[in-house]
Ligand binder design. Sequence first.
Ligand code: XMP
Length: 512
Amino acid sequence: MEEKILILNFGGQYDQLIARRVRECNVYSEVKPYDMSLEEIKAFNPIGIIFTGGPDSVYKENSYHPAEGIFELGIPILGICYGCQLIAYHLGGSVVPAEEDTAREYGRTETNINPNCPIFDGIDSKIVTWMSHGDYMQKIPQGFVIAATSQACPNVAISNERLNIYGVQFHPEVNHTEFGTKMIRNFLYKVCGATGSWTMAGFMQDSIEAIREKVGEGKVLLALSGGVDSSVLAALLAKAIGRQLTCVFVDHGLMRLNEGDEVEEAFRNWDINLIRINAEKRFLEKLAGVTDPETKRKIIGEEFIRVFEEVGKQIGSVDYLAQGTIYPDVIESGKGNADVIKSHHNVGGLPDYVDFKEIIEPLRLLFKDEVRGLGRELGLSSVLVDRQPFPGPGLAIRIIGEITKEKLDLLRKADYIFREEIEKAGIRNDMNQYFAVLTNLRSVGVMGDGRTYDYAIALRSVVTSDFMTAEFARIPYEVLDIVSRRIVNEVPNVNRILYDITSKPPATVEYE
Ligand code: XMP
């Protein structure tokens, strides 16, 4: 990939969003830590650099700053929010805390832009932008001109066409900023001279060649879960190396109703080696009595690998284990000092010892929507490509507390009813993920004339574009009513249904 944009992350929350926006404009981008050295930057050889926002103040001690000399490289730079302030601070302007009610802006802000500035080319002169800053540029650096203003803030955007350095106080990457993508596109094409070489068709060809070169005559084992990522990876590998690939579908007994058979069915007619392993018993044994969420995840991640190793030995001389790791996992895992919220079992849960020559992760540079695009390019059906996400640890993280076969069967039934009614109501596309959770709450109820003391099922449904933040879906009461009645009537040992109305944050999508 010759044409790359480097996104230096200064601790902003929108780093991935910026990278996705750039890629949506058909230019490849990668997110790297802010302290990437000048040598590394030169070796990366980007056609442009974007500085993200960040929670800090540039003038504070220990705040994040880019490598010295970065402004002298002659590479175009776009600074966003904190990134814009960095430009001002380093090139001779000044950044100060905004006084109460002046120049401090949060949320939607009317902004006047100068359409003569290359990054605002073709954009209305009065637009709404999305701001979130407590500092502002009091003085802009010499050689720069003001490219946008707002009522509260005289210096909303700065530009220096000679140096090809631009800064915006607002966030062009969020949807609330009008023409935001157009601004990013302008930066890429009008400032950095991009040609738009990043497409899934191109990625597919490059990957197939790279996989063939790497693998040679070797054998590859793929953990196929039936989820979008592993299905697309299976198709990619099948195209690259055909029967050198063996897909192992480990049915850990933590799948949804009928899911195991559906996955097998979907791949049965492909020209690959497909092995289905029924490992329910061994997973449930390992999980018996375990209640801690992280321990559950670690156990499942580890057990997966152990199963693959065994299959690998049976097949003989397996060189590579392929995994469907995607870019958000890679970025998240690389953030050394961030809190581990959950260890996704395909990354954080990996044991230290893995009995394969190497793990290959051909999708590790792709965002989810790109994986879907690649899937379409490879000719996969919408049933597989547009599936809602299902976590690797499966229903284990949707049963709070100890996992038993009885609880799994109970949850499977409730979950199936919920999904069936969503389909029937024709509202499937109004939400991005929906499922049932078995809480460990038991409560008193009355059925017939008798007292019950049974489980509460929680229903979870979210609307989100990236699963980093999410809102609960506004499912009509009539649908919830039907679901509630059906679950209580049809699923034994359940007497209460709760609908989860928390967003992420503060809650996460899954319960564990
Ligand atoms: P959370 O619960 O972190 O979930 O808000 C965000 C999205 O990630 C999915 N998820 C997982 N996917 N392995 C996966 O492949 C995992 O261990 C895992 N945990 C959560 C979750 O279903 C949601 O879509």
